[in-house]
Write a protein that binds this ligand. Structure first.
Ligand code: FES
Length: 282
């Protein structure tokens, strides 16, 4: 994209990219590419230039190119970042070093295997858990929530599962069993949701030996999170809830009630039925 027609000044930047191909059996190596960079160009744009113009064998993951899908998390000049959200100019250097996210096995080049994170995430049951099973299975209305209720968890709901926090976590680097900041922050996201009543079900997982007590509060996860989720804060809040629970000081919140039926509204013809509920049951 360096020779694009925008008229912006173009400089040449060295992309120093870690390459790995399992079929080579030779471990990883670093390959340099000279990439023409114009103002506004992101690291992902540079990688696309490499793939389209210089070396079609380079692999990475990306989809939305707008910081939403979480696919393009990688290690860029010393820290995990989203490649699509990182402008080359903001790095302030003529050399861009790119590696796959740390703390994950590498599938190929810049493509990490995030399977362990997804499994841990699944383990904290990242969905609403309720005791009114009939309503869960055959929903009749929405659960009500005030703006203040939403404020309690919405910041943590911005997680896009890019894995940057996991790649930055020094505890995870020394203990792969540790759940890590992504799953633990999502445990808090649901525990803090007034529509949820699953604290007891998640408690065993988050308080186990691989859970929150392994966190030494390095805070790197929150430093690198591209969405401002602040997983370190979430983990400390999970710890606080667990301590309150042990001291019998934790007040079980009243689950959000059902909204009253909407009056005077009829289903418009042609609107399809909603899909089956996805919320878990206890
Ligand atoms: Fe979707 Fe970067 S490509 S977050």
């Amino acid at each position: 994209m360096g020779d694009r027609e925008s008229g912006a000044a173009v400089t040449t930047v060295i992309f120093r990219v870690q390459r790995y191909a399992p079929e080579d059996g030779a471990g990883s190596r670093v390959v340099e590419y000279r990439v023409p960079v114009a103002d506004g160009m992101t690291v992902l744009d540079g990688l696309i230039h490499v793939k389209e113009r210089l070396d079609g064998s380079l692999s990475w993951r990306a989809s939305c190119r707008m910081g939403i899908c979480g696919s393009c998390g990688m290690w860029i000049n010393g820290r995990p970042r989203l490649a699509c959200q990182t402008q080359v100019a903001e790095l302030g250097t003529g050399v861009v070093q790119v590696r796959p996210l740390p703390n994950f096995p590498v599938i190929r080049d810049l493509v990490p295997d995030l399977g362990s994170m997804i499994e841990k995430h699944r383990g904290i049951r990242p969905y609403l858990l309720r005791r009114d099973l009939d309503e869960l299975e055959r929903p009749t209305a929405e659960y009500t929530q005030t703006p203040a209720d939403m404020e309690r968890y919405v910041q943590f709901a911005y997680c896009i599962k890019c894995g940057c926090c996991m790649g930055a976590c020094p505890t995870l680097a020394t203990d792969v069993r540790y759940l890590g900041p992504q799953p633990l922050s999502q445990a808090h996201r649901y525990n803090a949701d007034t529509r949820d009543d699953g604290f007891e079900e998640r408690r065993e997982v988050v308080s186990a030996s691989a859970g929150v007590w392994r966190c030494h509060f390095a805070g790197e996860c929150s430093e690198v999170c591209p969405k401002g989720v602040d997983p370190a804060l979430a983990i400390q809040r999970v710890k606080r809830e667990l301590v309150f629970h042990v001291l019998r000081l934790r007040r079980r919140p009243t689950p959000a009630p059902l909204a009253p039926p909407a009056a005077g509204l009829e289903r418009r013809p042609g609107i399809p039925e909603p899909p089956p509920p996805t919320a878990g049951t206890l």
